[in-house]
Design a binder for this molecule. Sequence first.
Ligand code: MRU
Length: 350
Amino acid sequence: MGLRALVWNGDHLSVLDQTRLPLEERWIRCDTPEDVAVAIEGMRVRGAPAIGVAAAFGAALAARRAVEHGRDVRRAVQDAVARLARTRPTAVNLFWALGRMERAVQGAGDGWEAAHRLEEEAAAMMEEDERVNRAIGRNGAALIPSGARILTHCNTGSLATAAYGTALGVIRAAREQGKAVQVWVDETRPFLQGARLTAYELLKDGVEATIVTDSTAGALMAKGLVDAVIVGADRVAANGDVANKIGTYGLAVLAQYHRIPFYVAAPTSTFDRSLAEGRAIPIEERDPDEVLRMAGVRVAPEGARALHWAFDVTPHHLIGALITERGIIRPPLPEAIRRVMPDGGGDAVR
Ligand code: MRU
């Protein structure tokens, strides 16, 4: 089994603590939905699809603990869904996964039957996510010429999903097809998902990767050293606008100026057709302290303020293609999304 962010152990969920990587591979035991919620809030598990799967197991844990303590299962699942929905607001996979769990409990019996049904549903989501990511990889690899120098942002690999990854999955698939690829890895301030996690994954896979500070991208493009940009997404609006890790919008503008293809890889569970455009996507604002400190050490002067938007929105007209498990969606994106996803794609329930 390759690198995993989450492992279901029959009666509890193990979460690989991504705040400790790559220095330490430490697993956290989650026995309750509250444990899972705290792990998501604290970025111990992160990345849109992984957040969704973790939350699904959180709801399943609520059912299991309710049965063990003789409490009402449906009520416990409802409370857990409400709690987990408050953890991180931008990744729509969270709401999509919780919606599926709500429907599963409604259709199940009671007691252990309901608890087992929810565990099955969460396990199915985990398995589907890997399958979906492999399909995204296969579809996206067609866009990658051999010898390509690809710039990516944040972490979209096995750690951000159930396995394999989205944007990183495309890079993996291109490699598996025998193509040579080189990756520029944005360090991704302030959590350093690029420098810590993407570099870790690429190194394990033997992919040639070089970490750059976030502000290096423009200079690399100006020197002709980037052939494509591939990123993931936390939410795609009906018109194709994409919310992703802060800094993605800047990369898209730079890519357009330098006439470099800019691609977004995401499963249909990341599409939110209920929002007409990206402006309506809720953007998580995190603790300014995470910017004012580095590795726990305060670097900014006492009294300094910081703004910490975790995500930004890239307008659809800057995106060269959306790579999904259903195929590659090309501009004009608003019409093309409707064509590829007449059923609405993801089906998040709020
Ligand atoms: O704050 P994070 O680390 O959860 O942000 C992750 C991203 O922005 C990823 O690009 C996105 O979730 C897609 S992961 C396949």
